[in-house]
Write a protein that binds this ligand. Structure first.
Ligand SMILES: NC(=O)c1ccc[n+]([C@@H]2O[C@H](COP(=O)([O-])OP(=O)(O)OC[C@H]3O[C@@H](n4cnc5c(N)ncnc54)[C@H](OP(=O)(O)O)[C@@H]3O)[C@@H](O)[C@H]2O)c1
Length: 253
């Protein structure tokens, strides 16, 4: 199946590694122009070089902390200018509920929620001008599952789902879709679950065992779901919460 993203312009918030990187790489291989940001300048620079080597079209990157509102807005404006527009906006970064306590709540709100709000606002005109516009938020199973401890992570991802629905209802008439893809535990080299696997192998094995498919998801598998939902191939998916967790959360949404 052709995703239909060749020639489209994708902006990914948090795209130098992990799920955001796999998504950037996939969209680029499918012919999209791609902009990424992350806090680490080195990761952005090597990501941009790698993306350039994968295809034609523009690539843009900037070192940005999405906790900073003005920096987030500036990145979006610069990315739109560098790519010549925006068709696919993907908000992938998270504060992961860290640190715990009030600082974590504020950080989760700024990164998981407000960076998405700011990016959607900055990209709205460009998305409305697109024939293939979508906004995709990367959520989490934490928006529907209690991990047994207090954390700002799940509530922030839950708020993201409400906001995505609001965007979908408001911008749908302008042919801009909005959705949330919620991963369960995802393994990739150097990621948080890779670290847990080496530091707490028994815990990791127990998590694997509790997932009906018997393993964690991979970065590539999540990227395929995100790219499909964001792409014209997923055009009839709107205002949706798509769980991609291998059945890890044993519930009907
Ligand atoms: N991995 C999982 O098991 C899992 C499970 C459920 C949901 N998710 C969700 O999937 C998304 C991606 O997770 P991941 O595991 O791939 O994360 P990751 O490996 O930590 O990668 C996150 C990416 O975002 C960037 N980033 C983080 N904070 C940022 C900030 N304040 N400003 C700008 N960029 C920032 C990171 O680069 P810098 O560090 O250089 O900034 C990196 O490029 C998150 O929304 C997460 O909640 C992941």
């Amino acid at each position: 199946m052709d995703l239909g993203v060749s020639g489209l312009k994708a902006i990914i918030l948090g795209g130098s590694r992990g799920i955001g990187w796999y998504t950037a790489e996939l969209l680029r291989r499918e012919g999209a122009s791609v902009a990424i940001c992350a806090r680490g300048a080195e990761g952005v620079a090597s990501g941009v070089e790698n993306l350039k080597s994968l295809g034609e079209g523009a690539v843009f990157g900037a070192a940005v902390d999405l906790e900073n509102g003005e920096a987030t807005r500036t990145f979006c404006r610069d990315a739109i200018e560098a790519l010549g527009g925006c068709d696919l906006l993907i908000h992938n970064a998270s504060g992961f509920g860290q640190p715990e306590g009030e600082g974590g709540w504020m950080r989760s709100f700024q990164i998981d929620m407000m960076a998405g709000v700011r990016a959607a606002e900055e990209c709205e005109a460009a998305l409305e001008a697109s024939d293939a516009a979508s906004i995709t938020f990367v959520g989490s199973m934490a928006s529907k599952y209690y991990f047994g401890r207090s954390s700002s992570y799940g509530p922030a991802k839950g708020a993201m789902r409400v906001y995505a629905n609001e965007l979908a209802q408001r911008l749908g008439p302008k042919r801009v879709r909005a959705n949330v893809v919620s991963p369960g535990a995802v393994w990739f080299p150097g990621g948080s679950w890779d670290q847990r696997k080496s530091e707490s192998p028994k815990f990791y094995a127990a998590v694997e065992k509790a997932i009906p498919l018997g393993r964690l998801g991979t970065g590539e598998e999540l990227a395929r779901v995100i790219a499909f939902v964001a792409s014209p191939a997923g055009v009839w998916i709107n205002a949706a919460h798509i769980v991609a967790d291998g059945g890890q959360v044993a519930s009907v949404d």
